[in-house]
Structure formats: structure tokens, C-alpha cells
Design a protein around this ligand. Structure first.
Ligand SMILES: [Zn+2]
Ligand SMILES: [Zn+2]
Length: 96
């Protein structure tokens, strides 16, 4: 899973770190790497955007920053579904 471009940080690493990135659970150096990557990689930027949106929705609906494990896994599953669908679309634009 990649946009086909070369990056110092592989897309897979960035996607694995999206959650920690948005939660602020990483060092300044790591954040730098992720933000540099998403600036030059639109697939990852989009993925971060989706994640951020869902995170905001969850935070709003439960009124706190702590996301219950059940909700969290549901949301993560949904993000995966969305991004897989999007990747499929972008890989094969002639479909549908
Ligand atoms: Zn990427
Ligand atoms: Zn890329």
C-alpha cells in the first residue's frame, strides 16, 4: 500500500502511526516525520483526514476524549473499510 512515490518514511509506517499522531502520543521527531510525509503524500493525507474526522465525531458524541475500546475498534474497522475502498477505487479508476 503506497502511492508509488518515494518517501523517507514508508506509507505503512505512517498509517500505523496515525492514531498516535493525532493523539499526540509521539515525540516531536516522530511527529515531524509524519507531517513531512503527509505533506508530500496525498493518500496518507487523506487517511489522516478521515481518521481525524472520525475521532472528532467520537469525541463529540461521548463528550470526552477517552474513547471506549468498543467504539474505538468499530471506528478503526470503519476507517479500514473506507480506506480499502478508496484504495481500490484509485487503483482501478475504470471500474464502476
Ligand atoms: Zn504515504
Ligand atoms: Zn506516498
Amino acid at each position: 500500500m503506497s502511492c508509488g512515490g518515494h518517501h523517507d518514511t514508508p506509507c505503512g509506517e505512517v498509517l500505523d502511526a496515525v492514531s498516535a499522531y493525532l493523539d499526540g502520543e509521539m515525540t516531536e521527531h516522530e511527529r515531524e516525520r509524519i507531517s513531512t510525509h503527509v505533506e508530500e503524500c496525498s493518500p496518507c493525507l487523506r487517511e489522516v483526514g478521515i481518521y481525524q474526522e472520525v475521532k472528532l465525531l467520537v469525541a463529540r458524541s461521548c463528550g470526552c476524549d477517552h474513547v471506549p475500546e468498543e467504539v474505538r475498534s468499530r471506528v478503526l474497522g470503519r476507517i479500514r473499510a473506507v480506506s480499502v475502498q478508496w484504495r481500490t477505487d484509485s487503483l482501478d479508476p475504470s471500474e464502476s
